[in-house]
Design a protein around this ligand. Structure first.
Ligand code: PEP
Ligand code: CO
Length: 419
């Protein structure tokens, strides 16, 4: 592995400390309720999905959701993809057994491959280099698309509402989009040139910073800055399984200046959370720390208020984000991993309610989604049932909202932000 790490250390960064600091300021604003964070993408990016079709669809759905949230919710949106580096996965078991054969678990394309063969499951250090190259290709394509006006909300042809069918909601969503387009046309006419020329679309990358040797190799001490930056992504986060106060991940993240996320599950206790905040953000720098809460719809009312109260009482500065996906995963009778649209929405609603009750701010949301018509999550107006799951289930790890479900979620959130 050391040869691969040496090679990585010699390569140019994927992002700059200027961008990283700009994102930190935007996350700080979201923490105050002046912006709203939309973070989303695959559970697990795959090397085979590093192609124009997949990246284009993912960027498109995130931009559409962000347009709906900005127009409907009245707050500028901070767009952060789980993209361009989301290649490492934490696993609950180190091994996997099939028909009496036991092999190492798949840990993401950064480490090994999904195929159930000894060769595929053997960790290959060259994957670190491959992941870095694919992250660079992905970011380069995204930057090109955005520079070319891809973020422009005018083009009606990109707004496909077929998933809503003839439902009552369909007419409502169509009317929403027509009003939004009319507003953009009005602004274009008033300005005398396209709004899109003036309003550059910011887009940031994020991934779970799980593989510490990799993250360390891509960290730098930029000139004119007084600290280290992980320059493989704008916003790395610490997962629910690796957030121990005395663990290596917290130790690494303590030493970088990026805005960072920490996943917060239902077992988190107020005292442990406060200790984590004191370690990861001792100076209470706004925007530095995003708490990504993922408890499961049924646990939020019981577990979240005391955390929010403790953080507020201690006067600590954080940005609260809701991940309504990871606490709502279950297996069907056929053993397929899925989530229900209604549970996802219920967890979001519970987060909105808790913050409304304590007078704090829900600064954003975190989704697993794709721009394609997969069948991984149940429900939504498109009405996916268990019988549909086997049709287009692509994810190797967690189930994602498909195009229609993701867009519908944006409409529903815009309603809630407006209230
Ligand atoms: C994930 O975000 O894919 C993930 C594994 O989440 P968590 O750490 O919250 O379980
Ligand atoms: Co996941």
């Amino acid at each position: 592995m050391s040869a691969a790490l040496t090679e990585l250390r010699g390569l140019p960064p994927l992002v700059t400390s200027w961008e990283v600091e700009r994102l930190k300021a935007q996350i700080a604003a979201a923490g105050r309720g002046e912006r709203f964070i939309l973070q989303g993408g695959d559970c697990n990016e795959r090397f085979v999905d590093c192609n124009s079709k997949v990246i284009d669809a993912k960027l498109k759905i995130l931009l559409m959701m962000s347009a709906v949230l900005t127009y409907g919710g009245g707050r500028p949106v901070v767009r952060i993809g789980r993209i361009a580096g989301q290649y490492a996965k934490p696993r609950s078991e180190p091994d996997e057994t099939r028909d009496g054969v036991t092999l190492p678990a798949y840990r993401g394309d950064l480490v090994n491959r999904i195929a159930f063969t000894p060769e595929a499951r053997r960790p290959d250090p060259q994957n670190l280099i491959r992941a870095y190259h694919r992250s660079a290709l992905t970011l380069n394509f995204i930057r090109g698309l955005l520079a070319g006006g891809f973020g422009d909300a005018h083009h009606p042809e990109v707004w496909d509402l077929r998933w809503a069918g003839q439902s009552a909601k369909a007419a409502e969503y169509r009317a929403f989009l027509e009003q939004m387009r009319a507003s953009v046309r009005f602004l274009d006419a008033s300005l005398g040139r396209p709004l899109a020329e003036l309003a550059a679309v910011d887009f940031y990358s994020s991934h779970e910073g799980l593989h510490l040797e990799y993250e360390r190799a891509v960290s730098e001490l930029p000139p004119f800055r007084d600290g280290w930056y992980d320059l493989s992504t704008h916003m790395p986060w610490i997962g629910e399984r690796t957030r121990r106060l005395d663990g290596a991940h917290v130790e690494f993240f303590r030493g970088i200046r990026n805005p960072i996320g920490v996943k917060i599950g239902p077992s988190m206790e107020p005292a442990d959370l406060l200790a984590l905040l004191a370690t990861l953000n001792p100076a209470d720098e706004p925007g530095r720390l995003t708490l990504i809460v993922r408890m499961g719809a049924k646990k939020v009312h019981d577990r979240l208020p005391r955390l929010v109260d403790a953080v507020r009482a201690a006067g600590r500065v954080v940005t609260w984000v809701c991940d309504p996906m990871h606490g709502n995963t279950f297996k069907t009778a056929d053993g397929i991993k899925t989530r229900h649209f209604d549970d996802i929405l219920a967890e979001l609603d519970a987060n909105f309610a808790v913050h409304a009750a304590t007078g704090t701010v829900l600064g954003g949301v975190h989704f697993e989604l794709t721009g394609r018509d997969v069948t991984e999550v149940l429900g939504g107006t498109c009405g996916l049932t268990e019988a549909d799951l086997t049709r287009d289930y692509e994810s190797d790890v967690d189930p994602r909202l498909n195009y229609g479900q993701a867009l519908e979620m944006a409409f529903l959130m815009a309603e809630r932000l407006r209230r």
